[in-house]
Ligand binder design. Structure first.
Ligand SMILES: [Mg+2]
Length: 265
């Protein structure tokens, strides 16, 4: 059978083609993928976010391929990730940067009752701060909360973040603070995408891991990759990933090649 062979653009990511070939020959492989900015381009209207059709077709091929486990690993809460991705029930999902898991069709609530109570206290304190700053949005997540300051000036953002930090620490002395782009997160657990990938590797007895992501929090994932794994950074910014591609559209070619290699081995 002759088939049109898709190869990734070697000039853009030298060595990626060969690395994918080698990874595809491994026994059990995990394909871990961030969603927003990686499978899905950013959209002005969050409800219109969706994976690129070519990427998603490749994801479904990989999902059906033998000894190949596809996992979507996102900062979104699990429910939101399931809704925007339209992932099949038997596809593994990891939400909230590794706190929430859906494996084998079962949701896993990883928080203790005490942690749930702490999250609620912190959330109530942040809501009071949010009410004083029009344009600042408090996003409630299962293991913590995000204070979004994209829509306010840098001065207002700095003041709001300082107030939020003080309020959160008064509400809960053990609260963990993590800054991102136009967001500060206050959580009860410091779980990273790296922790999630380590656990996935154990869970599936994987011989190799492919991981692609676009954001600062994805660096925790690239950090736990080793020999034989392939990390792909999508877009600009500093990275520890072995390879970089331009955008989600370029990831489509990478996933197509990986899917072809895994489906025909
Ligand atoms: Mg992302």
């Amino acid at each position: 059978m002759t088939e049109q062979t898709t190869h990734v653009d070697e000039s853009a990511a030298p060595g990626l083609d060969a690395a994918l070939d080698a990874l595809a020959r491994a026994g059990r492989v995990i394909v871990a993928l961030d969603f927003d900015g990686t499978l899905a381009p950013f959209a002005d209207e969050p409800s219109q976010v969706g994976a690129l059709p070519g990427s998603w077709a490749a994801v479904l091929t990989l999902h059906r391929a033998k000894d190949t486990e596809v996992v979507l690993v996102s900062g979104r809460p699990l429910g939101s990730l399931a809704a925007v991705s339209h992932a099949p029930q038997d596809m593994a999902l990891v939400g909230s940067h590794g706190v929430e898991w859906r494996v084998d069709g079962h949701d896993e609530a990883a928080l203790t009752d005490d942690e749930v109570a702490r999250v609620a206290r912190i959330g109530a304190a942040l809501d009071e701060v949010g009410a004083r700053y029009p344009g600042v949005v408090i996003e409630h997540k299962p293991a913590g909360h995000g204070v979004h300051t994209r829509r306010v000036s840098a001065e207002v953002a700095a003041q709001a973040n300082a107030d939020a930090s003080r309020a959160a620490h008064e509400a809960d002395a053990g609260v963990l603070e993590r800054g991102g782009k136009d967001i500060v997160e206050f959580a009860v657990r410091h779980v990273t995408k790296g922790d999630a990938i380590v656990r996935l590797r154990e869970l599936h007895g994987a011989d190799a891991v492919f991981f692609a992501g676009d954001d600062v929090t994805d660096e925790d994932g690239f950090r736990v990759l080793g020999d034989g794994d392939v990390g792909v950074k999508v877009g600009p910014g500093e990275t520890r990933a072995g390879f970089r591609i331009a955008d989600p559209a370029a990831l489509t070619d990478v996933l197509k090649q990986l899917a072809r290699l895994r489906a025909t081995r």
